[in-house]
Design a protein around this ligand. Sequence first.
Ligand code: HEC
Length: 169
Amino acid sequence: MKSSPFFAIALTITGVGMAAAHVASAEPRPEIASPIYGVTLPEGYRDWKFIAPAQEAPPLDELRAVLANDIAVEAYKEAALPFPDGSVLVKLAYKRQQSTEFSPATVPGAPTTVQVMVKDSKKYPDSHGWGFGRFIDGKPVDAAQHETCLACHVGNVKDHDYVFTRYAH
Ligand code: HEC
């Protein structure tokens, strides 16, 4: 097959496109990464292992579930603190709802937030090694909300590596 000028142009365009994509991925992406920390929703988190449930009283009135990646699960099982770099914890939250199928039962209603904590002691030396992200509908919330994360975790659970959730056996 003879090489056509169209083929050469297509190759050039593909090359430029790949270079642009590479540059874009190296830059912070405010549409997917949390302000202050640059934390993104980890891929596949919904299938991670279950650590414990939680519930918050009204007005938030939520059901929650904390999940963890394999590195954090190992640390939990060995009760090894601090959590090693690479640990990621995810908290899923839902409106609490009475079951319409069986009234004594409580079920998850609409999802509210997904929150993430990433351990990276080199990247986050100023926040005790943890980066924080809060997401609604897959998008990070504003910087003002992210300014609150550290104080509450430091204020209440500094002796548990700034993590509230204990492994529910
Ligand atoms: C006023 C206190 C408070 C603030 C502010 C707060 N958290 Fe938490 N966080 C908690 C509590 C309490 C839990 C334990 C689970 C529960 O009760 O929902 C928790 C749990 C978590 C967990 C699961 C790991 C753990 O520590 O148990 C993640 C992830 C998390 N929070 C992320 C965030 C992020 C991100 C922010 C800021 C956008 C934030 N938190 C702000 C109180 C707080």
